[in-house]
Design a protein around this ligand. Sequence first.
Ligand code: HPA
Length: 247
Amino acid sequence: MLAIIGGSGLAGVPGMVVSERRQVTTPFGRPSASLVLGRVGAHALVFLPRHGDPHAIPPHCINYRANLRALADAGVDRVLAVNAVGGIHAGMQAPGHFVVPHDLVDYTWGRAHTFSDGTPDSDLRHVDVSEPFDAGLRANLLECLARARLPHSAQGVYAVAQGPRWETAAEVRRYERDGCDIVGMTAMPEAALARELGLRYAMLCLVVNPAAGKSGKVIAQAAISAALDTARVAVQALLADFIANDG
Ligand code: HPA
């Protein structure tokens, strides 16, 4: 079964007929919100709002382990995560541009980032994340973006910043030197935890602002909200097409 993890600006799945809102607890605590189970047409799926419902949990306080474990326990085997990001690469700075990242660099710290945490019930496992994003899910996303004729980049490296503050201009220049194209706050540990659980995982990223230092302007929440509003219909249509072609 497919799960969609919604980021900023995505509060549900278009056309989803909800059959259950399931409040669950895991050995790692509670997920961000109740799992929303249901169908879009013949496709069963689960929706989870990453920042809670209402949207209140900052990126570094999200219980990523509970989120991923709750989804796996519900029978999920693949995850599409939707994220708002800042654009670093010159071709990825325009609000409304989509990126399907193929790799990431993790700059976060202090997050509970693994199920191998040394507790008596955990195994010591070193998972391979040389390709953190699933090729099949990425291919479906790219076909949907092409069909919708939306501006997008077919690959990109996602810098995972700690937040919740935006970056300094020097941090963004450092990420750029490191080979990063976009910056967000939530891809890790989410992607690695999905891999530890054997869940296929990919991300649809929506650029909502040029990254710090890239536009000569401060990063304003109002402009980000406007970018999310403008893109809402496109994101919803993309998700509907993705789900129709999933599985
Ligand atoms: N930086 C980090 N995360 C983000 C940004 C940004 O500029 N925009 C949206 N999420």
